[in-house]
Design a protein around this ligand. Structure first.
Ligand code: NI
Length: 136
């Protein structure tokens, strides 16, 4: 009886999408407003989904307070009100697209969550632009 539980969290962060091996013109053409040299922010909505068997004694798939604390510690404290390009070590060499942010979130949480759970990350960069990372 595998069941999914989902915790929703939120953070604000700034980024700039840029490929340093391209010309300024090509960067602008490909990344548009997200290439702004002075950065810009997004209000990210994060959905962390765990899939597993409800525990016989508690009836919980996962303690949501523990999940909330884990996301706060691993993700929110490190990303909220930060500049991805400048403040977050994982994005020194990695373009902070929603795809890559979702993948980094998955990696950080995967390291802390028992492998008996499947882990999926959904990240809203805007209300209309959404990325899902199902894990590898
Ligand atoms: Ni952007």
């Amino acid at each position: 009886m595998r069941t999914a539980v989902i915790r929703k969290e939120h953070f604000n962060a700034a980024h700039r999408l840029h490929n340093s091996s391209w010309s300024d013109e090509k960067n602008h053409q490909v990344f548009g407003k997200c290439n702004n040299p002075n950065f810009h922010g997004h209000n990210y909505e994060l959905y962390v989904k765990l899939i597993g068997e409800p525990d016989r004694e508690t009836g919980y798939v996962y303690d949501m307070k523990k999940l909330s604390d884990l996301i706060r510690e691993e993700i929110i404290q490190k990303f909220d009100h930060k500049n991805f390009n400048r403040d977050v070590p994982e994005f020194q060499e990695l373009n902070p697209t929603a795809e890559n942010i979702a993948m980094v979130i998955w990696q950080k949480l995967r390291a802390r969550i028992d492998l008996k759970y499947d882990l999926k990350i959904t990240l809203y960069e805007t209300e209309r632009n959404i990325v899902e990372y199902p894990g590898a």
